[in-house]
Design a protein around this ligand. Structure first.
Ligand code: CP
Ligand code: NVA
Length: 328
């Protein structure tokens, strides 16, 4: 499998075989890391990490993975570069492309990461846009494969805002890889019909399926994976909280949901999660709306069915696989 020179902007651009290859490569790199076997095949190269939104997992994963591959990483934070304010993405891309061997971008519209890819001349990796979060899905699929021994045929239920980066990316991954995707949420939060149509085409090839339902009991019955994400994403106005809480509270992941799912079901979340009052936002929401937990109860988050920290660890191994495979 030769992915050298390829960008990693959305899973839409990759075949099921390429996706499975990246997941398996990540498993191999994870095993090597545990055994202390070096994988520094990109020694002497440098990458730029552009973050227009904040991050813990994605930033740390790119930095550690770069180090393990023998590379130097330069981090550009949301406020300390010229990007967007004094310099366009196209100009930034041409500057960074002269200095770096690869560029990660986290920020707003997908068109920005596409412009970076168009103008930089080096591989560009999407570290999250409003529309997609493809490196997260590689980590999630590695976690699923480790847990269930397979990806194909998994019954994957997503609860919450299915129109945003996580809902979109999960639906694409399911459709490409032959999983059965259910968006169990209010109709208002169903994904873009155009994207659904595309994914239905992928399902014809993969044997996967796509279902939408507002009924929690029906939607989560016998699921293998129950997945959720924050109700309000980075970059959204704080005013939307009230509406989101009203709309999405019935779709919170509770122990009743987990009991209704399949016997060996796992709980997944890309993180960060609001499952208690130990965060600034958690406390604000408690003061305003009286909620102690949001998209998932603390009981489920802390239960033995929760694999959220496996997913978090796997971010690093899968991001390493992406850079390993795509850099020239
Ligand atoms: N899941 C994820 O992307 O986490 P960060 O926002 O911490 O990078
Ligand atoms: N939907 C979330 C994902 C965070 C990893 C956000 O965009 O903030």
């Amino acid at each position: 499998m030769d992915l050298k020179g390829r960008n990693f902007l959305t899973l839409l651009d990759f075949t099921p075989e390429e996706i499975e290859y990246l997941v398996d490569l990540a498993a191999e790199l994870k095993d090597k890391k545990k055994k202390g076997i070096p994988v520094d095949i990109h020694k002497g190269k440098s990458i730029a990490l552009i973050f227009e939104k904040t991050s813990t997992r994605t930033r740390c994963s790119f930095e550690i993975a770069a180090y393990d591959l023998g590379m130097h990483a330069t981090y550009l934070d949301p406020s300390s570069s010229q990007i967007g304010k004094k310099e366009s993405i196209a100009d930034t891309a041409r500057v960074l492309g002269r200095m770096f061997d690869g560029i990660e971008y986290r920020g707003y519209g997908q068109e920005k990461v596409e412009a970076l890819a168009k103008y930089s001349g080096v591989p560009v990796w999407n570290g999250l846009t409003n529309e997609f979060h493809p490196t997260q899905l590689l980590a999630d699929m590695l976690t699923i494969k480790e847990h269930f021994g397979r990806i194909k045929g998994i019954r994957f239920v997503y609860m919450g805002d299915a129109r945003y980066n996580m809902g979109n990316s999960i639906m694409i991954a399911c459709a490409k890889m032959g999983m059965h995707f259910t968006a169990c949420t209010s109709k208002k939060y169903y994904p873009d019909p155009e994207l659904v149509k595309k994914c239905e085409e992928f399902c014809k090839e993969s044997g996967g399926s796509i279902t939408f339902t507002e009924d929690v009991t029906e939607g989560t019955k016998d699921a293998d994976v129950i997945y959720t994400d924050v109700w309000v994403s980075m970059g959204e106005a704080p005013e939307v909280w009230e509406e989101r809480i009203n709309d999405l509270l019935p779709y919170r992941v509770t122990s009743e949901v987990m009991k209704n799912a399949g016997e060996g079901a796992v709980f997944m979340h890309c993180l960060p999660a609001f499952h208690d009052l130990n965060t600034g936002v958690g406390k604000e929401i408690k003061a305003k709306f009286g909620l102690n937990e949001m998209e998932v109860t603390d009981e489920v988050f802390e239960s033995s069915q929760s694999v959220v920290f496996d997913e978090a660890e796997n971010r690093m191994h899968t991001i390493k696989a992406v850079m390993y495979a795509t850099m020239k």
